[in-house]
Design a protein. Structure first.
Lengths: 224, 224
DNA sequence: ATTTAGTATTTTGTATACAAAATACTAAAT
DNA sequence: ATTTAGTATTTTGTATACAAAATACTAAAT
């Protein structure tokens, strides 16, 4: 009677793999996604692949032009500012909600996850650090007790996430980022509503400034 | 050389029609969407239809279970509260941004659109009133100068929009709603940042309360 | 050498066929 | 009469074939 194991379809697998490939920065921003090539790459048929492409288009991760196919979304300075404005609205609010709604267990978990992040950064284990950072934010967003906010935030972070792999953070920015997150963690752990908003905002503004600076540098080197 | 007229594909047409059908409340919440039936209804082939379905699923308007197809998303009280919490965050912010960024032309347009809305309400032209209300909000969201916020708001309003057609607003609520919007319009037109937030919040909370009350009534009548 | 017009190839859009799972149906067993 | 097991039908998942548009290529004209 029951069918607990929801059979994983090829479509859902292809979708997740394609999404991950884009987030990992395996395509250059603006790059054309040729269906035949993706089929060869993934072994999936066109119908499977197209469902994945249409899904990612609806989420805004890729773009589509009729009879010209899909391309990885290209972000200019204006778009990045818009995305960050939206992200800031949501993420500062998420931080505030966390202080009001997270369980004590979640706070403990958040603190221990941040300590792990510190260890990884000290050991220069950057790949691992990235994963832990994602986990940190997952705990934070779950603590809001609002899946809609979490989902909206995921959409918006996905769309700028792949920039990470294309522009490298330097040592200064990495240590500054860690300090900002330490302040955020403290504010969240003590359930300090306004400090949570403030530290979250600080971190977001610094991240945005870094990305915009990197983008300007890239543009100059491309023009040369 | 140029191909300005972007040829409208059958897929994009089917997507828009299906989306509109859902927003118009032509399917009951929770209803199964059988592909064959939709094909017969729209005259589209399955491949066309499926692209539209996958797109709408990615946007959260419909849901999917493997080998069991698509259903119109079913909203319980908790989900509605979550959606409204997100919408409130975005829409109050949008109102504030409008006061800072809208052009004088947009303010003039907003005011005249609100006057049209008043006329329709007085004439009991409800269908027309609904369209004008949508236009009012489009002007408001455009005035934010942030397409990301506008898009996120569209997604979130789409998901609760079809409730409108299933639960009828009574006369009291309609006139109260109009007064709230009058206050909002005044705040926006005078570029009063905090009043815009406050009146927007007031309107949203009243709308949420109405929907939740209606939902409770429906549940009782269904149980009987 | 560069442009241009025409043709060939590739790519996307669309329809359909087949496979696998879910559901509806039937008849036997209690 | 109700449950249960087995079978038929429907529905979704997946692969592929054909059509239409875009792109790449070729050769003629200036």
């Amino acid at each position: 009677m029951e069918q607990e194991l929801q059979s994983v379809t090829l479509t859902s697998q292809a979708l997740e793999r394609l999404r991950q490939a884009i987030l990992d920065g395996r395509f250059v921003a603006g790059q054309k996604l040729v269906e035949r090539e993706l089929c060869a790459l993934t072994g999936a048929s066109r119908s499977i692949l197209r469902e994945a492409l249409v899904h990612l288009e609806a989420k805004g991760l890729i773009e589509r032009q009729s009879y010209r196919g899909f391309t990885v979304a290209l972000l200019d300075e204006e778009k990045i500012k818009e995305i960050f404005e939206l992200r800031t609205i949501l993420e500062t609010q998420a931080a505030e909600l966390f202080t009001q709604r997270a369980t004590d267990e979640e706070i403990t978990l958040l603190k221990s996850t941040f300590r792990k992040l510190e260890d990884c950064e000290q050991a220069f284990d950057l790949g691992e650090a990235r994963q832990i950072k994602e986990h940190f934010y997952e705990i934070l967003f779950d603590g809001c007790r609002n899946r809609e906010i979490k989902n909206a935030l995921s959409n918006v972070t996905d769309r700028i996430y792949f920039l990470r792999s294309q522009l490298m953070m330097d040592e200064n920015r990495r240590s500054a980022s860690l300090i900002e997150m330490k302040h955020l963690t403290n504010a969240l752990a003590t359930r300090d509503r306004w400090a949570a908003r403030a530290t979250s905002l600080e971190h977001l503004q610094a991240a945005e400034a870094t990305i915009l600076a990197q983008l300007a540098t890239q543009r100059i080197s491309q023009a040369a």
